[in-house]
Design a protein around this ligand. Structure first.
Ligand code: X8Z
Ligand code: ZN
Length: 631
């Protein structure tokens, strides 16, 4: 992982693994007085010098060299501690991550403040970028006053552990979240679904978590202001090589591009659910009941593939069934994922990956089950940690996690402050782009599907619907997650309003509603990993836009002429080499440069995902013509 910057957020960080540092744009010019001189501290390895008063470019270089050395050292040390905590959640490992987390936050804030003397200088581009990354790359700052970082670490650790150790009781059996996730996809009894949906939200100690969250927001906002931002929302939005307000407008623009796709899908799925369950359970109009969508958070609806059919256009096979019938286990899923990357000409994973990764849930202890990829030493000690189930969703997740690892390895020769994704959405998009190549033709090549079972063109709509249930359904969820947080950070949503505002946004963006009345002490946002663990979520929305841009560009490179959703770049070393060139850049250049290197465009653009799903959308528009869509 290496999320020292995120360190206060404990294992949180990881999901993406290396959040190391970040990108940059023009640094938020610390206005006079926003960065108190008395908090400006230098890395331990660099004593205060006279140059401070009138620093030179050489001083800046020396400062950054010392900072990067200290960071690299801390990253490896902290990663090992977070790894152990995430694999053994105990009283003692919690104390260790609290301590290393507080140290990391103090270090990060000290380093960010240490850039102040260089703020007005005309620095070479790489040095300026590094300075900016030092500040904008912090996920959860604490104020530099004594004790604040420790308090932050205690709050974030308590939330993280409450989430990861939560479980519910079903008929006297203790059931953990990874098992509940499977049940949400396979069970169809509405009462059972609403029970497990509701019980999970009670299992995370919501009353305590809500309080902890509010205290954390106070502290982090104070920390953000000390670093020259108006609040944490502005800080999170400052990590994209453009001013925060422009980035927020960019999100609106992208969401506006894809919203019509979601409205059609919502309309169609609601009608299918109404047919399946009847008016009592799912009305024909209005929002959709959240627990009927096949997923604990209604964020991906893939499991509804058997309810939501597109006329006769069945894909004709079910990836989960293929994996199960072919006797796949977790390790084989990961090996198959690796084989895809090596087919692109990338190196196999190191032996230590197999020795050190955790790929199934251990039965004897608490672990952080949410899938993550780690880069422990910025060299070859890369690993994943996930509680893999043998199904289509986890097959995709395996490719997703390996994408993080391959990115980490590609940029390992960059300087420490550039060892990161071009932006965090790139990091999330690598493996998803690869998984878009899991087509029927690809499944034949790896002996999972018989040639005779490859659907012809008549299966196209079914194949697209399968994917839309994951990719299109996800978009409004990914937007609303951070809409909620930005408003919380800005004080527009107060702690008393946490849950009601959450459901207002769920309704507004996704058109869903809770199956059970929410109790007064509910904290439903905290029942989602990335909120309990402070992992920003905008990255996933951007990733879902970018991965289709990558796919479009890759298939063009490959000379593919058929429909985009049938294109697989499996075995294409030319595409692999070009893709790796982008990955090797890490965060050394503004992200538009990285995007251009692979796709030829400098803009994030929803038109690729729109083109990809065009045949399905035309069909849905027709099918929905007589329905009153919306909610
Ligand atoms: O958290 C993840 C990955 C780790 S970065 C498993 N994802 C998001 C989620 O689960 O909510 C991948 C897609 C969205
Ligand atoms: Zn990820």
């Amino acid at each position: 992982m290496k999320n020292w910057l995120n360190s206060a957020a404990v294992a949180a960080l990881i999901g993406t693994a290396s959040l190391a540092t970040a990108h940059a744009q023009t640094p938020p010019e610390p206005e006079a007085g926003t960065t108190p001189a008395d908090t400006t501290v230098q890395p331990e390895s660099m004593p205060m010098t006279e140059g401070q008063l009138n620093p030179t470019v050489e001083d800046a270089r020396t400062f950054l060299e010392a900072t990067e050395a200290e960071l690299a050292d801390y990253n490896e040390y902290a990663s090992r501690i977070y790894w152990i905590y995430s694999n053994f959640i105990t009283f003692d490992t919690e104390r260790l991550v609290e301590r290393v987390g507080a140290e990391g936050t103090e270090m990060a804030v000290r380093m960010a403040n240490g850039t102040a003397p260089f703020a007005g200088m005309d620095l070479p581009q790489d040095l300026r970028r590094k300075m900016t990354n030092l500040t904008a790359g912090i996920t959860l700052p604490a104020p530099s006053r004594p004790g604040a970082a420790a308090q932050m670490a205690e709050l974030t650790t308590r939330m993280s552990s409450a989430y990861s150790t939560g479980s519910i009781d079903i008929d006297g059996e203790e059931v953990t979240l990874d098992q509940l996730e499977v049940l949400m996809g396979t069970e169809r009894n509405p009462e059972f679904l609403s029970n497990i949906w509701n019980d999970w939200r009670a299992a995370i100690n919501p009353a305590q978590m809500s309080q902890d969250y509010a205290a954390m927001v106070e502290l982090a906002n104070e920390g953000a202001r000390e670093l020259g931002f108006s609040d944490l929302a502005e800080m999170w939005l400052s990590n994209y090589d453009m001013p925060a307000d422009e980035m927020e407008a960019e999100v609106e623009r992208l969401w506006g591009q894809v919203e019509p796709l979601y409205e059609q899908l919502h309309c169609y799925v609601r009608a299918e659910l109404n047919e399946e369950y009847g008016d009592e359970v799912q009305a024909e109009t209005g929002p959709i009941r959240a627990d009927l969508l096949g997923n604990m958070w209604a964020q991906g609806w893939g499991p509804l593939r058997d309810i939501v059919s597109v006329g006769d256009a069945e894909p004709g096979y079910d990836l989960t069934a293929l994996l199960v019938d072919n006797g796949y286990d977790a390790r084989q899923m990961v090996e198959t994922g690796e084989r895809f990357y090596t087919s692109l000409g990338l190196d196999p994973l190191p032996e230590t990956f197999w020795e050190r990764s955790l790929i199934t849930r251990p039965q004897d202890r608490d672990v952080v089950c949410h899938a993550s990829a780690w880069d422990i030493d910025s060299r070859d000690d890369i690993r994943i940690k996930m509680c893999t189930n043998v199904n289509a969703e986890d097959f995709r997740t395996v490719h997703h996690e390996l994408g993080h690892n391959y990115y980490q390895r590609a940029y390992q020769d960059q300087d420490t402050l550039f060892q990161n994704g071009a932006h965090d959405g790139f990091h999330e998009a690598i493996g998803d782009f690869v998984a878009l190549s899991v087509t029927p033709e690809y499944l034949v090549q790896i002996d999972l599907l018989d040639e005779a079972d490859v659907p012809g063109a008549e299966g196209d709509l079914g194949l697209l619907m399968d994917l839309a249930l994951d990719k299109i359904a996800f978009l409004p969820f990914a937007v609303m997650m951070d809409q909620w947080r930005w408003r919380v950070f800005r004080g527009e949503i107060t702690p008393e309003q946490y849950n009601s505002a959450w459901w207002d946004l769920r309704n507004q963006y996704q058109g869903i509603y809770p199956p059970v009345e929410r109790p007064a002490d509910a904290f439903d946002p905290g029942a989602k990993y990335h909120i309990a663990n402070n992992v920003p979520y905008l990255r996933y929305f951007l990733s879902y836009i970018l991965q289709f841009q990558f796919q479009q560009a890759a298939c063009e490179m490959a000379g593919w002429e058929g429909p985009l959703h049938r294109c697989t770049v499996y075995g294409n070393e030319e595409v692999g080499a070009r893709f790796n060139e982008m990955m090797e850049m890490g965060a050394s250049q503004p992200w538009p440069d990285a995007l251009e290197a692979f796709t030829g465009t400098r803009e994030m653009d929803g038109s690729a995902i729109i083109a990809y799903f065009q045949p399905l959308m035309s069909h849905l528009e027709e099918a929905n013509a007589d329905r009153s869509c919306g909610w």
